[in-house]
Ligand binder design. Structure first.
Ligand code: AHR
Length: 491
């Protein structure tokens, strides 16, 4: 029996809903086909956005969406994507497969998508190959309510009211595809760009996110914070789970070995150490204001599916991905005092997608279901939690058998637990202390073989089902199947 305790007397604060954020890039079939099919498509759509995808993302509770990249952002010139569609520039997507980008999905279309999703937009601006003027104009175009050249241009293009975009990324991966910069150089640029990102409305202050470190590059965070910390609101961090040692051999998304399974989990668990170390550095330099940590790219990165364009980063998604999502989301919940945003890469058809499409068909991945089961954590009060674990795994790739987080809201206490064992079920005995008598528990579980996935043309095999749980006083007991993610709501 594994004992767990949820301490109702201890909390690190509110879980920012943006921790459940997503990322959409002009990459492969993410935007085109996956989200945007155009008004004249046979696929049901509203103003060009796929109805099936929009409805599914709303049901999952998407709070925020990052766009237009990724690496694409630092080659993107926002003016290419406004005005009459027939006269928009056709450019080459030099980052992703060298395909033609016809710019039919631009700023107005992205804002329309966010309107339909009822989510916050997060725009990633071009620092790598753009100019300060271009970036500053984009902010004015989106946010100026009164008279100004940019506001007039927006109105001419059919949008009267400003969108008041709050979240702005100052470049992306400036250490790599965003310009191969040294942190000192980027920090100076970041100060300059941040200076000209103006607030056009005091009730809608913008939130400036600096391009952050790759994995454990702590010097990057230190230099950016030391030199530019007072000009920004947050710093980002990118960390992907790549089971293979090399980029040429990342490992397959399906049909993986037991060793690859545990390597994947072990590498995912590293997120905790990264979040803690980067947060510590941020705190050291933030002075008397809070600078947040945005993990604005995370997720699994495997070899592309055989026969697909290597530049499109299309991969299947199994129960193993579901566990990766559960671990990361538990970590972000448990560090909600410093992690203010996280964006899984990417929302549709790319890397650890929550949705896959094939023509008019759409499927929900195990990762989708984990996000849906965890959505009650958004905006809830995090509660400290602990679970007894054994170390499991193969050789050096040891992982704790169980992984947990919990929160409290008007809906009750939400306890989310993953059983990482590929072979053994776990008996859980979970006590909730300090919150008085509990009257009711409801459980749900997502489970299957670690390599199980949903596929086109067959029934959805991996989906949440009810899980029996027995409540006695302030404790509940349940059996967690091997390779599973469970969510319990206790009232
Ligand atoms: O998500 C795919 C790519 O990964 C992004 O474009 C880039 O920021 C990162 O390297």
């Amino acid at each position: 029996m594994a004992k767990a305790i949820i301490n109702g007397n201890r909390s690190k604060g509110t879980i920012n809903p943006n921790i459940y954020g997503h990322f959409s890039e002009h990459l492969g079939r993410c935007i085109y086909n996956g989200i945007y099919v155009g008004e004249n498509s046979d696929i049901p759509n509203v103003n060009g956005m796929r109805t099936d995808v929009v409805e599914a993302l709303k049901k999952m509770g998407i709070p925020l969406l990052r766009w237009p990249g990724g690496c694409f952002a630092d080659t993107y010139h926002w003016r290419d994507g406004i005005g009459p569609k027939e006269s928009r520039k056709r450019i080459v997507n030099t980052n992703w497969g060298g395909v033609t980008e016809d710019n039919t999905f631009g700023t107005h279309e992205f804002m329309e998508l966010c309107r339909q999703l009822e989510c916050e937009p997060y725009l990633s601006g071009n620092v790598g190959s753009g100019t300060v003027q271009e970036f500053s104009d984009w902010v004015e175009y989106c946010n100026m309510g009164g008279q100004s050249p940019m506001a007039e241009e927006r109105r001419k293009n059919g949008q009267d009211a400003p969108w008041n975009v709050k979240y702005w990324g100052i470049g992306n991966e400036a250490w790599g595809c965003g310009g191969n910069m040294r942190p000192e150089f980027y920090a100076d640029l970041c100060r300059q760009y941040a200076t000209y990102m103006r607030n056009y409305d005091n009730e809608h202050k913008i939130y400036k996110i600096a391009s952050g470190a790759n994995v454990a590059d702590y010097n990057w965070t230190k230099v950016v914070m030391e030199r530019a910390g007072r000009f920004i609101d947050a710093v980002s961090l990118h960390y992907y789970t790549v089971p293979g040692g090399e980029w040429q051999h990342k490992g397959a998304a399906t049909g993986f070995s037991r060793n690859e399974y545990y390597t994947t989990l072990k590498k995912t668990l590293r997120m905790e150490e990264l979040v803690e170390n980067h947060s510590r550095i941020i705190k050291q330099y933030q002075g008397n204001r809070q600078v947040g940590l945005c993990v604005d790219e995370w997720g699994t990165w495997f070899d592309v599916e055989p026969g697909t364009n290597p530049g499109f980063l299309y991969q299947q998604n199994t129960m193993r991905d579901g566990l990766v999502a559960a671990i990361n989301l538990n970590i972000f919940n448990n560090h909600c005092d410093t992690v203010v945003m996280a964006n899984i890469a990417q929302v549709v058809n790319v890397l650890q997608a929550v949705i896959l499409t094939e023509g008019a068909k759409m499927l929900l991945t195990p990762t989708y279901h984990v996000f849906e089961m965890y959505k009650g954590h958004q905006g809830a009060k995090q509660l400290e939690s602990y679970v007894e674990t054994a170390l499991i795994g193969e050789g050096e790739n040891q992982a704790p058998s169980l992984h947990i987080s919990a929160s409290e809201s008007g809906e009750g206490v939400l306890v989310t637990v993953a059983n990482l064992s590929d072979t053994d079920s776990a008996e859980l005995d979970c006590a909730i202390s300090g919150l008085g008598k509990m009257n009711q528990v409801e459980g749900k579980v997502l489970t299957g073989a670690c390599g199980a996935y949903n596929d086109f043309g067959s029934e959805e095999t991996v989906k949440p089902v009810p899980l029996a749980a027995e409540l006695t006083g302030d404790s509940f007991k349940a059996t967690l199947p091997a390779c599973s993610v469970a969510a319990f709501t206790v009232k």
